[in-house]
Write a protein that binds this ligand. Structure first.
Ligand SMILES: [Zn+2]
Length: 281
């Protein structure tokens, strides 16, 4: 299958998508940039700063007014094209906050875009206007502390919070499992008809899918509790037992997710840490 790089795909009236050429074990075929609106457009997750992708976006915009360039969060596969696209179109960057790097020690790693600077930040419930309609920000911390989803006409642009191809990576210190679970619960209380994630296909039964994701994390948590209940274990040992046959490229990310679960369980006084060994409390 040839992925549709640099091609404009119409998904429904007012929603189109352009796939960036940055495939990887974490991005699937690449980052999907969404164009929302008709007479004017908002650009959601402009993606990596690749000239070919920026050219494709500029062509897709086709001279229309860009009401906003917005990012769900500031991982390097989502936000670096924001500034160059703003320079090409004259639009403002309105969206998630820049990452607070020093709130509890350095929260960033190499996957973060430290250069991201929005012209205006959106908080939960804030809106961007496109064609006189509102795109509403839905704060969904967990994958990152600054993650936003965006709601428009019953569609939810779900970024990396909920993806159509894989479970979400939640890596401390910026990723937080308890926040992620609360953010899933927040989506469960909404009635969006479809999710458009930054990676992977649309999710057309969102409620069912979010219930499945919550169940998956609860199973993972039980499994980790069982493993550390047998004997004190280090994270690589837990990963080896909990993720049999894991793609070697994903071992570090799986270790991060296990750590996120353990920190959440520690906060709930269910596990304890001694040096690098974790044990049931
Ligand atoms: Zn991400």
């Amino acid at each position: 299958m040839e992925a549709p790089y640099a091609k404009l795909e119409e998904l429904e009236p007012g929603i189109a998508r352009v796939l960036a050429h940055n495939p990887s074990a974490f991005t699937y075929y690449g980052t999907q940039t969404y164009l929302v609106g008709s007479g004017e457009v908002a650009v959601i997750d402009p993606g990596p700063d690749l000239p070919e992708h920026l050219d494709a976006l500029e062509k897709a915009i086709g001279g229309r007014r860009v009401a906003a360039i917005t990012c769900t969060h500031t991982h390097r596969d989502h936000s670096p094209a924001a500034r160059p696209l703003a320079e090409r179109t004259g639009a403002q960057i309105i969206g998630c906050a820049a990452l607070a790097l020093e709130t509890v020690g350095p929260r960033a790693d190499a996957s973060f875009d430290g250069d991201y600077r929005p012209d205006r930040e959106l908080a939960d419930g804030d809106a961007i206007e496109v064609d006189g309609e509102r795109i509403i920000a839905v704060a969904t911390p967990g994958h990152t502390s600054n993650h936003l989803c965006f709601a428009w006409r019953g569609a939810l642009f779900s970024g990396d919070h909920v993806m159509g191809w894989s479970t979400t990576v939640v890596v401390p210190p910026d990723g937080d499992m308890a926040a992620y679970m609360q953010s899933l619960d927040k989506l469960r209380q909404r009635d969006d008809r479809v999710y458009y994630p930054a990676h992977g296909p649309p999710v057309d039964k969102p409620q069912q899918y979010v219930r499945h994701l919550v169940g998956h994390r609860i199973q993972r948590e039980k499994q980790i509790l069982r493993l550390v209940g047998e004997k004190p274990r280090a994270i690589p040992d837990i990963v080896a037992n909990a993720y049999p046959g894991l793609d070697p490229r994903l071992v570090v990310a799986a270790g991060g997710s296990v750590l996120a679960h353990l920190l959440d369980l520690e906060r709930r006084s269910l596990v304890e840490q001694q040096q690098d060994l974790w044990t049931a409390a």
